[in-house]
Design a protein around this ligand. Sequence first.
Ligand SMILES: O=c1[nH]cnc2c1ncn2[C@@H]1O[C@H](CO)[C@@H](O)[C@H]1O
Ligand SMILES: [Zn+2]
Length: 361
Amino acid sequence: MAAITYEDIVKAPKALLHDHLDGGLRPATIVELAREVGHDLPTTDPEELGRWFVAAADSGSLERYLETFAHTVAVMQTEAGLRRVAAECAIDLAADGVVYAEVRFAPEQHLERDLTLDQVVEAVLAGFAEGTAQAARSGHRIRIGTLLTAMRHAARSQEIAELAVRHRDSGVVGFDIAGAEAGFPPTRHLDAFEYLQRENFHFTIHAGEAFGLPSIWQAIQWCGADRLGHGVRIVDDITGGADGRPVLGRLAAYVRDKRIPLELCPSSNVQTGAAPSIAEHPIGLLRDLRFRVTVNTDNRLMSGTSMSREMALLVEAFGYGWAELRWFTINAMKSAFIPFDERLALIDEVIKPAYAELMAG
Ligand SMILES: O=c1[nH]cnc2c1ncn2[C@@H]1O[C@H](CO)[C@@H](O)[C@H]1O
Ligand SMILES: [Zn+2]
């Protein structure tokens, strides 16, 4: 079979479960919006700004990586700004061949001017609808589900969980917590998670990125998370047995047995120090062991990446072919928070036929 080209990866339908809206702005848009709202940037040259984000996020620590978001959040404080950023996000993902994406952001970070939480959500949903329609006009079909994130160091998770449930019929499909992980365990937000379970709602939790197994264990066994945001440190519960074969501890076995989806984000992990390099990223082992692995971008701006680029990096580092890329994509689609019949339709009518053609080609 011919080598997989980057152009073919772009054409292949992809599903993305972990992408931050405030981590995916176009540098040129940041420059324009910053001028409008009077926010000072490290540079006003878009190309230079793009490089600045990647370099500043390349810090080896999640806390320092997160500092770069001050510049994106600052320009997402108005209805027009939020709407534009969301529309461009949909257009950019669709142009990259993403057919399904769950995009998350933290409404509580967008109240610096005069918007209410509901207005923030409505502006973003309107932007996604606009961008989706515009992408469709240029031949790119995408479906976007919105996740609302609560910041784990703050104390607004219950309010944000209620906000998510309030907007469940207009595009919000799930909930999440994010921010610095060490020192802010998932159980701080137990009330919010218990409320969401009573509402039959879906949620993922950033866990096992900058902190290890206790965070993953709490997210699943105390909070009832449907998926793990990153979850990469689950490898700490996998050891080499006497015959050299991997042995799963109880938590790792539980995660695999229950098919709990791992939202792995290779480039982001290298930048925050959660993995030494793409080639040494635990995704190789986790895939071999058939965990429910998915591939994600996390923050396209801070990592200078895209869904196609993450896939291409894995193809290069691990020698993956179409069979693996298809498996990652179907895993993601199976793990999505939209209704089962819609997931199945995307798998059967969009993803499988396209990969069949690529694999035959
Ligand atoms: O990989 C990550 N780990 C933890 N928090 C993150 C990550 N990426 C982004 N955010 C945080 O989530 C907020 C809402 O989108 C962002 O503002 C950032 O602070
Ligand atoms: Zn994230």
